[in-house]
Design a protein around this ligand. Sequence first.
Ligand code: FES
Length: 276
Amino acid sequence: MFEVIEIEMIVPNLHLLTVRAPDIAEQIKPGQFVIVRSDEESERIPLSVADWDRKEGTITIIFMEVGVSTQKMASLKQGEYIPTVVGPLGKPSEIEKFGTVVCIGGCYGIGSIFPTIKAFHEKGNNVISIMEARSLNLLYWKDKIKPFCSSLFTITRDGSDGDIGHIKHIVEILHKNGIKPDRIIANGCTFMIYKASKDLSIFNVPIIVSLNPIMIDGTGMCGVCRVTVDGKMRFACVDGPDFDGRLVDWEELLTRRKQYVDEEAFLVHNSGCGGI
Ligand code: FES
């Protein structure tokens, strides 16, 4: 059982969960994830690890409340215990000295890209971070991320913080500031990383995205997380989650992500938790 050390809603609909998991905290590397169940009945949710404290033996996750299982997770209380935290899973991100690395985070991806930003900075890269959100009230961890970047830009769709726009606007920000990326990293929802992979391909450099398909075992056994990358079938849980977004079959991935929307809507409707 894993003790809940901290649970709080950091911005509307996004929650921070810190649990005591010393073995995972000891081994985790940037880019890896865990599979969490908040109780025995809940589905298994793959979540990137946004931070950890090896001394305290804790890991921190940022998750979005989207369905019954994440609603249950959001209602956990400090001091309670959860039955499942499995990890670290997946391959760690490739952290080398690439030169100028542009790191883009949106939604829960602002949290999950934090360890990668830190690691690129520590490796001596020139790290440019770009955080995107619908509005200022959905941005978080700017102060935590800033010390590891040579520049940090924000984009909001309503212009309430930083530049007004969406992912496509990143091209303009980079051109305007004379930034030539050697590598681009994007973390966030599937649509956001898809857009980043399309819109930023003009820079002709790897666009590493952390894929988040539906998963069950997280160890390459069930095949549920299969994705097509560069024409080959890959398992996101063991071959990824990082892949070059320019090579991902997005149409297939976006369709597979929507596979259980009706079942999820039914469960939420009948759970007494409100509705979607
Ligand atoms: Fe089962 Fe990846 S989650 S093979």
